[in-house]
Write a protein that binds this ligand. Structure first.
Ligand code: SF4
Length: 64
């Protein structure tokens, strides 16, 4: 079982802004072409994944 280290945002991101206010660590910033999560700030809380309309916030599995 691999440990989850952080969430990442995939290219399914439509830059809707839903996740930005939900991140308690302010780990999410507007990148190019999609939003980006700073893995050093992310605490794996999953808030962003809950609000993302396109399921673009996904956990990284360190087995992959
Ligand atoms: Fe922020 Fe939580 Fe998403 Fe990590 S999992 S980027 S801490 S909202």
């Amino acid at each position: 079982m691999g440990g989850i280290l952080a969430y990442i945002i995939t290219n399914d991101c439509i830059m809707c802004d839903a996740c930005l206010p939900e991140c308690p660590e302010n780990a999410i910033t507007a990148g190019d072409p999609v939003y980006v999560i700073n893995p050093h700030l992310c605490t794996d809380c999953g808030n962003c994944a809950e609000v993302c309309p396109t399921e673009a916030c996904v956990p990284i599995d360190d087995e992959e």
